[in-house]
Write a protein that binds this ligand. Structure first.
Ligand SMILES: NC(=O)c1ccc[n+]([C@@H]2O[C@H](COP(=O)([O-])OP(=O)(O)OC[C@H]3O[C@@H](n4cnc5c(N)ncnc54)[C@H](O)[C@@H]3O)[C@@H](O)[C@H]2O)c1
Ligand SMILES: [Zn+2]
Length: 374
């Protein structure tokens, strides 16, 4: 049997373990026996993931759980809506669930956020297990307890903190993930190195390609390092205080969210692609302000470009239709902006990030107009 590593999220009475290894989905019955044995389980999966990976999971859970129900939701961001939530809750209740029922989310961040939010409010809170199937969900959204849905006023504006009871990460499920989605998740992996761990960043420079090409050990190593990094900020700042350590996870996201908004959430720019280009902008802004050097910013851009992520605004479709001021307006409206001041996560150096809300708007505008100029 291949190696399984465990990362603990040390949240007192809400502590849980993240198991990472190859082939875990078909061994889920064993890995989750203490949580599901003799209980009803409702597995929520999107249609794409259900076709690919649900049979292995249900087969493993049957015989351990008292009954395994499956509920599918449409694939894609639009499932994460108030209508999608109402529909999912209705179908959960129709199953005759009780307080001991366990909700299992099998899928990417959309499924995890939606099913997790449903679990947080159904019968005032059900146990919830995450089985993330995208790299983004494995290194980011499945850990930390943020759940929710989008509204026409913006993304993730309605939700709850509801920590999972366990996270089971099967590195093999990434074999079926489209390469573009895999790379988008890889941007978040690079983020952990850039904000807090130069050694990990250097490991990624040397081994990132192996991970992307499917090496199970490289995947496990990178996912474990990422989950450790996320777990440590979540433990220090479970509910994201205004100036808390969790804010550092937004490195690249102030720019990235604005790029996503300008691109129009139509699939032309994935979240992780916006974050990749956003991290490069944030690093270049850091180099302009110091003490971060241009070499550090260049090194980050070089690694992201080497794996095939966008690093320059000109690589983003539709770029010519929007101006620096439009991007700045989006950043000012970001829910993390404070009194109209944009909050940036910048680098002191590669491997150490800081939060800044005192960056001059004109400096940012010049950067967006001429990203590479000194
Ligand atoms: N809760 C958090 O802390 C947090 C953090 C980051 C992002 N998010 C949320 O996560 C969402 C994005 O997550 P995502 O990128 O995983 O998107 P997603 O869940 O939409 O998955 C992306 C696509 O990949 C498909 N897919 C998933 N796993 C697959 C597999 N193994 N093989 C083949 N196809 C597969 C899905 O069907 C979907 O079409 C956003 O809604 C974002 O707001 C939440
Ligand atoms: Zn992100």
């Amino acid at each position: 049997m291949s190696a399984v590593e465990i990362v603990q999220v040390d949240l007192a009475d809400r502590r849980y373990a993240i198991h990472v290894g190859a082939g875990l989905l078909s061994r889920a019955g064993d890995a989750l026996a203490d949580l599901v044995s003799g209980r009803k389980v409702a597995v929520v999966a999107d249609e794409t993931v259900a076709t690919l990976h649900l049979p292995a999971l249900t087969q493993s859970l049957q015989g351990v759980a008292s009954v395994v129900h499956t509920l599918t939701v449409p694939a894609g961001e639009s499932a994460k809506s108030m209508d999608g939530l109402a529909d999912l809750l209705d179908r959960l209740l129709a199953l005759g669930i009780d307080r001991r029922t366990v909700v299992v989310a099998l899928g990417g961040g959309v499924t995890g956020d939606l099913a997790g939010f449903a679990a947080s409010i159904a019968l005032r809170g059900l146990d919830f297990i995450q089985l993330p199937t995208t790299l983004l969900a494995q290194v980011d959204s499945s850990v930390g307890g943020k759940t929710g849905v989008n509204t026409r006023h913006g993304k993730n504006l309605i939700g709850a903190f509801h920590q999972p009871r366990r996270v089971l990460i099967d590195t093999d499920v990434l074999d079926t993930l489209p390469r573009r989605e895999l790379l988008a998740g890889y941007a978040e992996v690079v983020k952990y190195g850039a904000i807090g761990d130069l050694g990990f960043f250097e490991w990624l420079e040397a081994n990132g390609r192996r991970l992307i090409d499917g090496d199970a050990d490289a995947r496990r190593h990178a996912i474990v390092a990422s989950c450790r990094a996320k777990a440590s900020v979540v433990v220090a700042d479970e509910r994201e205080m205004a100036n808390g350590p969790r804010a550092l996870l937004n490195f690249g996201h102030t720019f990235g969210h604005a790029l996503e908004a300008m691109a129009g959430y139509d699939g032309t720019l994935l979240h992780g692609e916006g974050v990749a280009a956003g991290m490069v902008l944030a690093a270049r802004l850091s180099a302009r302000l110091g003490p971060c050097t241009g070499q550090d910013a260049g090194r980050l851009a070089a690694h992201l470009a080497a794996v095939g992520l966008p690093t320059e605004l000109d690589q983003i479709d539709g770029r010519r239709q929007w101006t620096a001021d439009q991007l700045l307006d989006h950043m000012t409206k970001d829910k993390k902006a404070r009194d109209g001041r944009i909050v940036f996560v910048l680098l002191d150096r590669l491997g150490r990030a800081v939060v800044r809300d005192d960056v001059d708007r004109s400096t940012v505008r010049t950067l967006l107009d001429r990203p590479q100029a000194a």
